[in-house]
Design a protein around this ligand. Structure first.
Ligand code: AMP
Length: 422
């Protein structure tokens, strides 16, 4: 048990860290060009923040939070998502004071007591953006373009973008009533969760994953038929902006969120080859959330992308094979007398910026050469008793096996001339 991590967690091992760094680099480069600034909020927050900020009736809050009472008696929860925390920080530090539009992004781990399977974990990582302070449809389009460009920049193809509007507190009650009328005589056929959603949050019935509920919701009224003038024109404008950027989308009236502070635009990006867990990013407008958390009325829109799924998609498409790690030089010490001079050479090589390795085991030349080979070293630098006595180093070209003796002082220059450094 002690040698196995908790269920639903994954170690990111040295051979995949490069891929994570690569993706994170893409995120940072892209966000910089869109003017989004990174924010890092704590891993845990007051439980109430998520109850308010995600909603008491959501699966996340009802069933999936890692919550506990700390030693001071506070109710604490490991963040299941980052939007509520970003908004909390936005309010706490008055980030709205300087700019009308505040653009934030984050990368970090989130925690949900989900049923683990491929693409679904209990600790997972999200990259997300939040744009706070402006109500116009161009901001919705901006973040959708950002999400699409992020995935495209990794070389992912065959992505699908679904788009919907979930209305606002003016028009949603009408839709809610129509939905309840539609489901009233089907209640017995719905799953237990959906029966409880019927009163509290009927729109969520539409995105229930159970087949029987999906069948019963066929022919349900569509939100887009109930939109008020404001929501309708906003939706049309978002579509026009997306079209102007050449972004393809399809409309999906089942894409719902159903809580009062989610308004207007909702979207989801899928990578269908991932099967059941194919949603790689999702988001939308949440004009009521900042107020819900205790701030001034502030329109906002955001999305989050699941990075484990992005990694799976990269693997599926055979993209990004990290180049094998290559050491510039491998220092080999032979015999007791060579140990300290070899160590000092190793330090000076590293100080000069070379990727320099040494096997501190003091094993045979053959064993150490094997290590140098394994590390893909360009050169081996061998120090035996003779070399130490003569103040030289034997430099072996690991590709051609050619060996030359070089004075200790000249070794760094000789490597610079051989252009071994990246
Ligand atoms: P959400 O915060 O639920 O809107 O999710 C946004 C994105 O995070 C989803 O599209 C997934 O890519 C990812 N995601 C959500 N839950 C998990 C999970 N348990 N494991 C891995 N990825 C997840």
């Amino acid at each position: 048990m002690l040698t196995q991590g908790p269920r639903g967690t994954k170690d990111i091992l040295p051979d995949t860290v490069d891929r994570w760094l690569y993706v994170e680099q893409k995120i940072r480069t892209l966000c910089r060009s869109y003017g989004y600034q990174e924010i890092r909020t704590p891993i845990f927050e007051h439980t109430e923040l998520f109850q308010r900020g995600i909603g008491d009736t959501t699966d996340v809050v009802e069933k999936e939070m890692y919550s506990f009472t700390d030693r001071g008696g506070r109710n604490i929860t490991l963040r299941p998502e980052n939007t509520a925390a970003a908004v909390r920080s936005f309010l706490e530090h008055k980030l709205y004071a300087e700019n009308a539009l505040t653009r934030l992004f984050y990368i970090g781990s989130m925690f949900r007591y989900d049923r683990p399977q491929k693409g679904r974990y209990r600790e997972f990582h999200q990259f997300g953006v939040e744009a706070l302070g402006v109500a116009g449809p161009a901001v919705d389009a901006e973040i959708i373009v950002l999400a699409v460009r992020f995935l495209e920049s990794l070389g992912l193809k065959d992505l699908t973008l679904s788009l919907n509007s979930v209305g606002d507190p003016a028009c949603r009650p009408i839709y809610r009533e129509r939905l309840q009328n539609f489901f009233r005589d089907k209640l017995n056929g719905l799953c237990e969760d959906c029966r409880s959603r019927f009163e509290r949050n009927p729109m969520r019935i539409l995105d229930c994953k159970k087949e029987s509920c999906q069948r019963l919701s066929e022919g349900a009224p569509e939100i887009t038929d109930c939109l008020c003038e404001d929501c309708r024109s906003h939706f049309e404008a978002v579509k026009a902006y997306l079209e102007s950027a050449g972004i393809q989308y399809s409309l999906d009236s089942r894409l719902v969120r159903g809580l009062d502070y989610y308004t207007k635009t909702a979207f989801e990006i899928k990578y269908p080859p991932l099967g059941a867990q194919s949603a790689v990013a999702g988001g939308g407008r949440y004009d009521g959330l900042v107020e819900e958390i205790g701030g001034p009325p502030t329109p906002a829109v955001g999305f989050a992308a699941g990075l484990e799924r992005v990694m799976l998609a990269l693997e599926t498409q055979g993209l990004y094979d990290p180049p094998p790690r290559q050491a510039d030089v491998f220092v080999i010490a032979l015999g007791e007398a060579a140990k300290i001079p070899a160590f000092s050479l190793l330090v000076s090589l590293r100080d000069a910026g070379f990727l320099a390795l040494m096997d501190h085991s003091g094993r045979s030349l053959k064993a150490q050469m094997k290590q140098a080979d394994k590390a893909n070293a360009r050169f081996a630098l061998i120090l035996g008793e003779d070399e130490v006595r003569d103040g030289v180093v034997t430099r072996r070209d690991m590709r051609t096996s050619e060996q030359v003796k070089i004075g200790r002082q000249d070794i760094i220059n000789s490597l610079l001339c051989a252009e071994v450094k990246d």
